[in-house]
Design a protein around this ligand. Structure first.
Ligand code: NAP
Length: 281
């Protein structure tokens, strides 16, 4: 069965649209997101445009703060600090990757954690560990929503994550642990990962290599979530050989149409979540 992230994303956006209308009526304020983009990376420009369109769809205001790649780290951080102080802005998203030479961690940590809708500041990542209220990273949160939507049991199940980045693997490990799964995290030094993936009830892969995962590496009935986005001369795909794997899996997410649309839906959800927190709702 296909894990349809596109359909789930539409459902979440429609729910958020309804909730946003009510919040605006209740507070007299409109939730507002600032999207900060440095330089003119074409892929980032497309991501920012998609995020702004999604905001418009649900009734969140969005502003783009476009900065040239020639600005200094200090100027970027001063801009982020200004946005922290702007009471009309509820969420701040710093589009990654930053051009070469910038310190991304330092810039992300300049964002006030309450406005950090990407959940990537050290404070929000730390609070995920301690299970305090926080904004959680959008892609791992989207993976969890997808599993929840299809009622995929996690308690006591063996989940294997193939990725250990701060954007995907590490927050996802925490979210899966909180759902009482037993979690194995694989990375580029794990050697042959097949002994792990063969035993997994749930596999979440985010390597970024076409045909990285195939049916010989999984057990029958496994749930596979493909987070990767690979763009090459053959087109767009994930890590999985989808056609060859789909009959062996009980559930598998496609690329495109799987986790990607949910990442944007989770950004909107985080913006509403923090708007409510900021307005004591
Ligand atoms: P990344 O930091 O490069 O992470 C790749 C991970 O794969 C690393 O942990 C790396 O291990 C691991 N890896 C590489 N080769 C491996 C191998 N042979 N065996 C096992 N593990 C291996 O990239 P990222 O930012 O996390 O993104 C990963 C993928 O997800 C990309 O394709 C990206 O486009 C996609 N992505 C999609 C979304 C979405 O919305 N759908 C959002 C974010 C990212 P090391 O840590 O040892 O290097």
């Amino acid at each position: 069965m296909i894990l349809d992230g596109k359909a789930l994303s539409q459902k979440i956006k429609d729910e958020l649209k309804f909730e946003t209308e009510n919040l605006i009526k209740q507070t007299g304020k409109t939730p507002k997101l600032a999207v900060v983009i440095v330089g003119d990376n074409p892929a980032s420009q497309i991501y920012v445009k998609n995020k702004k369109n999604a905001c418009k769809y649900i009734g969140i205001e969005s502003v783009s703060v476009e900065l040239p790649a020639t600005i200094t780290q200090e100027e970027l951080e001063a801009k982020l600090t200004n946005l922290n102080g702007d009471e009309t802005i509820n969420g701040i998203l710093l589009q990654l990757p930053l051009p070469k030479g910038f310190n991304e961690r330092s810039a992300l940590n300049c964002i006030d954690p309450i406005k950090d809708v990407d959940g990537l500041s050290s404070v929000n990542l730390g609070k995920l560990l301690t299970k305090e209220w926080c904004l959680t990273a959008c892609t791992p949160t989207g993976v969890m929503e997808l599993l929840k939507e299809y009622n995929i049991a996690l308690e006591g199940k063996h989940a294997v994550i193939i990725n250990r980045s701060l954007l995907v693997g590490k927050p996802l490990e925490q979210l899966l642990l909180s759902a009482n799964a037993t979690v194995t995290v694989c990375h580029s030094h794990s050697g042959d990962i097949t002994p792990y993936t063969k035993k997994a009830d749930v596999i979440i892969t985010a390597v970024g290599k076409r045909n990285f995962l195939n049916s010989t590496m999984i057990k029958k009935g496994a749930v596979v979530v493909d987070v990767a986005i690979v763009r090459d001369e053959q087109g767009l795909c994930g890590d999985c050989n989808f056609e060859e794997m789909k009959n062996k899996c009980s559930y598998i997410s496609p690329v495109p149409g799987g986790v990607g649309p949910l990442t944007i839906a989770m950004l909107l959800k985080n913006t509403i979540k923090t708007f409510k927190k900021q307005n004591n709702i």
